[in-house]
Write a protein that binds this ligand. Structure first.
Ligand code: FMN
Length: 174
């Protein structure tokens, strides 16, 4: 599959089979993050890969909705960046997360972005603090998101290129 086909076919996958992800694939996914570009080449990401079932279940409670894919996945990666080392930490973390999602798609794996930054747990605790506590992440490492990964257990249609929002594109001038 060429790159364009890959991005047409990549969809958020929230249901996974019980099959574990091969360690070689886990390594390739992490390597994708470490290959991603960063502002001023800060490379200040800190990634936490989680495979332990009970930790995954705890993480899924970081917010009341939209995090359930983490409870049922064989692998999740918390994406954090040391915000004392990169003022563009949101962007650095976003690019790393996207690279990992694309690498996963290229391996035939599904993934889903679970937003953490700016969200709140059911008891009002900021979701990023909640995740930092569970995973022992230092305060300076801001948590943007958790990406869940796994072998797809749902079928999603590819994107329809006939429905792309070309009206949002302005050539030369608005
Ligand atoms: C910044 C960002 C935050 C997202 N947060 C969540 C989330 O918390 N939970 C979730 O299930 N999906 C989340 N998603 C996935 C989007 O819902 C999904 O990408 C969008 O609906 C388009 O669907 P597609 O990825 O299948 O093309 C997020 C995606 C992005 C880029």
């Amino acid at each position: 599959m060429d790159f364009h086909e890959l991005i047409i076919n990549r969809r958020s996958i929230r249901k996974y089979t019980d099959e574990p992800i091969a360690q070689e694939d886990v390594r390739l996914i992490l390597e994708a993050a470490l290959l991603s570009p960063t502002s001023k080449s800060a490379r200040a990401w800190q990634l936490v890969a989680i495979e332990d079932k009970s930790t995954l279940e705890q993480l899924a409670a970081c917010k009341p909705a939209g995090a359930m894919s983490v409870a049922g996945c064989p692998l999740a990666i918390a994406v954090t960046v040391d915000s004392t080392k990169s003022e563009a930490w949101v962007e650095d973390a976003s690019v790393a997360a996207s690279y990992m999602q694309l690498q996963a798609a290229a391996l035939g794996l599904g993934s889903c972005w679970v937003q953490v930054y700016g969200r709140f747990a059911a008891d009002g605790t900021p979701s990023d603090q909640y995740v930092q506590e569970i995973l022992g992440i230092p305060e300076e490492c801001s948590v943007l998101c958790i990406i869940s990964f796994g072998h797809p257990n749902e079928i999603r249609k590819p994107q329809d290129t006939e429905k792309l929002k070309w009206e949002n594109v302005h050539i030369g001038k608005w």
